[in-house]
Design a binder for this molecule. Structure first.
Ligand code: UDP
Length: 231
C-alpha cells in the first residue's frame, strides 16, 4: 500500500473502532522473524505490514514484485501528527529513554499546531509497573498508540495489549522518538534516497552493528529466494 492508502486505512479503523496493528517491517525484522516464531506470527496476522526501508524495496524489485515507495515508521509518525491536527485524532507516545517521548511530542506539536498528543511515557518501565502504564494509556483514550521499544519488543507488546486497551491503531515506530526529539539526527535526504541511511546511523551509533549485520543475511536470503523460484 502507498502512504495515502495506509492513512485511509488508519482513518477507517478510527471511525469503525476496529483494532488494527500496523507493522513497519524493515530488513532486520524479516531476518529476526525467521528465528522468532512469535514475531513471525504477529507479522503474518497484522492488519497491515508496511515496507520500511531501502532493503525491503530492493528485495521487492529483485523478486519481481516491486513496491514503489517505502512507508516507514518515522514518516508515519509525522503524517499522523499532521492528520491529528486536522481530524482531532488522539495520539499516545510510549517508548524511548525517559524524557525523549515527551520532547518528541513537544517538537511535533510545534511543527503541527493542534496535534492532539494526549500522553507520553518512556519505555524503560519495570514489568511490575505495567499495570500503571496500561491504566495511564487507557485513561488518555488515544485513537493511535505509537510504541517505540525496538524490534521485536514493540510488536510483542502491541500484540499482547492492543485489544485489551481497545485502541484502534497501534504501530511500532522503533527509533522515531529519538529522531523527533532531536537526540538522533536523520541521514541527509540523498543518503535516505540512495539506501545508505543504515551507514549514517551506524556511523553515529556503533551499537547499531547488530542490526546492520542482519543486512548481508537479508541480501543472501533474497538472492536464494530468487534462485529457488527460478527452479
Ligand atoms: N527502547 C525502549 N525500551 C526498551 C528498549 C528500547 O524504550 O526496553 C527504545 C530505545 O530507547 C529506542 C527504541 O526503543 O528509542 C528503539 O530504537 P531503534 O532505532 O533501535 O529501533 P529498531 O531498530 O529496533 O526499530
Amino acid at each position: 500500500m502507498s502512504l495515502p492508502e495506509v492513512l485511509a486505512q488508519v482513518s477507517d479503523a478510527i471511525v469503525s473502532r476496529k483494532t488494527c496493528h500496523i507493522v513497519t517491517a524493515d530488513a532486520s525484522m524479516a531476518v529476526i522473524a525467521r528465528s522468532d516464531a512469535e514475531l513471525m506470527q504477529i507479522v503474518q496476522q497484522a492488519g497491515l505490514v508496511t515496507p520500511d526501508g531501502a532493503g525491503i524495496l530492493w528485495a521487492s524489485h529483485f523478486l519481481n514484485t516491486p513496491i514503489p515507495n517505502k512507508v516507514s515508521g518515522v514518516d508515519l509518525v509525522a503524517h499522523l501528527c499532521r492528520l491529528s491536527a486536522e481530524k482531532g485524532w488522539r495520539l499516545y507516545f510510549l517508548g524511548a529513554a525517559p524524557g525523549v517521548a515527551a520532547q518528541a511530542a513537544k517538537q511535533l506539536a510545534e511543527s503541527y499546531p493542534g496535534a492532539q498528543i494526549v500522553g507520553t511515557r518512556d519505555g524503560y518501565f519495570q514489568v511490575g509497573d505495567e499495570g500503571d502504564v496500561l491504566s495511564e494509556i487507557k485513561a488518555a483514550r488515544p485513537d493511535i498508540l505509537l510504541v517505540a521499544l525496538g524490534i521485536p519488543k514493540q510488536e510483542k507488546w502491541i500484540n499482547k495489549h492492543q485489544n485489551t486497551l481497545g485502541i484502534p491503531i497501534a504501530i511500532g515506530v522503533g527509533g522515531s522518538f529519538d529522531v523527533y526529539s532531536g537526540r538522533v539526527r536523520r541521514a541527509p535526504v540523498y543518503m535516505q534516497k540512495s539506501g545508505l541511511e543504515w551507514l549514517y546511523r551506524l556511523w553515529f551509533n556503533p551499537r547499531k552493528i547488530g542490526k546492520v549485520m542482519t543486512l548481508p543475511q537479508f541480501a543472501l536470503l533474497t538472492i536464494r529466494q530468487r534462485l529457488l523460484r527460478a527452479h
